[in-house]
Design a protein around this ligand. Structure first.
Ligand code: SAM
Length: 193
């Protein structure tokens, strides 16, 4: 393992839980899942082996569905939307793709498991400024989709973690992940020198 291990959890309110759709946007905004997966897992010409990306899909017909993408074992991918449309269709049809698993784990169950070994940070504009937080080992970051985290979901996650802000601007979820990866990459370089 080269870098600081980190995990991102996207709560997708409406992301479809089957493969009967034509494009990512109309599949309950699976385009946001795609954008967040790419922001989490890709460097230029390399996959981040120290990242795990999770999306909890809560759309029809069979929610919740936990999509887990592990940078350590992810293969046969590119960063374009067409490739990911095919990959998401494949795994939502329960076919295998290296590095990706699909299960019936709920958001609540995932957070409970993660909280046993890692600090949980819930991303929200109104949280504590990230610059004033000493991030713990192997952080897990929780984000909402275009609508934001449902209050009940946010409150559940906050039983295990704290609210963190990247500033007052409302960023796209994928932009937040890029910023977090950057902050952790810089921290890692500083820790080494
Ligand atoms: C597009 S935003 C959601 C916007 C939605 N209108 C809301 O009020 O939550 C998607 C997610 O990105 C995260 N986010 C966006 N801007 C942020 C910021 N400045 N600081 C921390 N998290 C942020 C939050 O987790 C949010 O749920």
């Amino acid at each position: 393992m080269n870098g600081i291990m980190r995990e991102f959890v996207l709560f997708s309110r409406l992301g479809k839980t089957d493969a009967h759709w034509k494009n990512l946007h109309d599949a309950g905004r699976l385009d946001i899942v795609y954008e967040c997966a790419v922001a989490s897992l890709f460097l230029s010409h390399a996959i981040r082996k120290d990242v795990i990306f999770h999306a909890i899909l809560n759309g029809p017909p069979n929610p919740p569905l936990h999509l887990k993408i592990d940078g350590e074992t992810l293969h046969d991918v590119r960063t374009d939307q067409q490739t990911w449309t095919q990959i998401l269709k494949k795994v939502l049809s329960r076919k295998h793709h290296p590095g990706i698993s699909v299960s019936k784990t709920s958001f609540e169950a995932l957070i409970r498991i993660k909280a046993q070994t890692a600090p949980i940070y819930v991303l929200e504009e109104g949280g504590k400024d990230i610059n004033q937080i000493q991030l713990g080992q192997n952080p897990v970051f929780v984000l909402g989709d275009h609508v934001g985290l449902p209050k009940k979901v946010e409150n559940f996650a906050l039983r295990f973690g704290q609210k963190v802000s990247l500033g007052k601007q409302p960023y796209l979820a994928a932009t937040c992940i890029t910023i977090l990866n950057y902050i952790l990459d810089r921290k890692q370089s500083a820790d080494k020198s």
